[in-house]
Design a protein around this ligand. Structure first.
Ligand SMILES: Nc1ncnc2c1ncn2[C@@H]1O[C@H](COP(=O)(O)OP(=O)(O)OP(=O)(O)O)[C@@H](O)[C@H]1O
Length: 235
């Protein structure tokens, strides 16, 4: 599909239950689309709602109104209203997410953390671990760390395990939440090259990148989230 993600008239407020149910409107009427083989970047100042949009698309935050349409196995699914089991199937096969921080599982080695998404899709342990090794080497994670659980790794080391885990599958669409934030210049370049390869393979990507150099290198399209901010009228 040429346009695998279409977000239409998305609206979201947070309800502050500890403040007597106060409503904090965050996103008002957001509409945009991302084409296959391109990387769109959510732009705008801190607190404008960029992460909230990614979390709504991935299904971590509920949606007040609007649609999030994604192509999943040839069918169009509205993630804003889909059954939770369907959301999990979309995450397994169609929509990948590279978060800013790794959620390290105790006692699971870096290789197994990176290989897990392939194992859960039915790939053999040998093939999944082989691909994980390839990615960890490419991301310059010292080999001495591969068999260790990442809980004690540095921020940048954990982020590289997280990137390997997020890039290991061939999900047709990837959400990227600041995947280069804790990386040095050399590893940022590796991630830029990995994003370029995903684009060439026809994958669609939507991300948040505060690093201007990375953003300029990978963005085909910048979506200005301030345009969907309920606060814009007050400014
Ligand atoms: N779970 C939540 N509960 C209440 N308010 C929230 C929640 N998540 C986000 N917000 C609020 O929504 C607004 C948008 O936050 P969000 O994290 O989406 O912004 P952002 O553009 O990604 O910011 P940054 O660039 O600083 O990461 C902020 O005012 C934030 O406080």
């Amino acid at each position: 599909m040429a346009t695998p993600l279409v977000v239409s008239e998305l609206t979201k407020s947070f309800t502050m239950h500890l403040r007597g149910g106060l409503k904090l409107p965050v996103i008002d009427n957001a509409s945009f689309a991302v084409r296959s083989g391109t990387c769109a970047v959510l732009g705008g100042p801190s607190g404008v709602g960029k992460s909230s949009i990614l979390k709504m698309i991935y299904g971590n935050y509920g949606v007040d109104a609007g649609q999030i349409l994604i192509e999943h196995h040839g069918e169009i699914v509205d993630l804003a209203s889909a059954d939770p089991r369907l959301v999990l199937a979309v995450r397994r096969d169609t929509l990948g997410y590279v978060s800013q921080f790794l959620r390290a599982v105790p006692r699971v080695s870096a290789i197994d953390v990176a290989a897990e998404p392939l194992l859960s899709r039915g790939e053999s342990q040998k093939a999944a671990q082989g691909k994980a090794r390839e990615l960890l080497a490419r991301l310059n994670l010292p080999e001495a760390l591969w068999e260790l659980p990442p809980a004690t790794f540095s921020g940048g080391e954990q982020q590289r395990v997280n990137i390997a885990r997020g890039f290991i599958t061939d999900h047709p669409f990837l959400l990227l939440d600041e995947p280069t934030a804790s990386l040095d210049a050399e590893n940022r370049k590796v991630v830029v090259a990995m994003i370029e390869e995903k684009k060439k393979a026809g994958i669609g990507l939507l991300g948040i990148f505060h690093d201007e150099e990375v953003r300029n290198a990978i963005a085909d399209h910048i979506i200005d989230v301030s345009a969907f901010s309920p606060r814009r009228t007050a400014a």
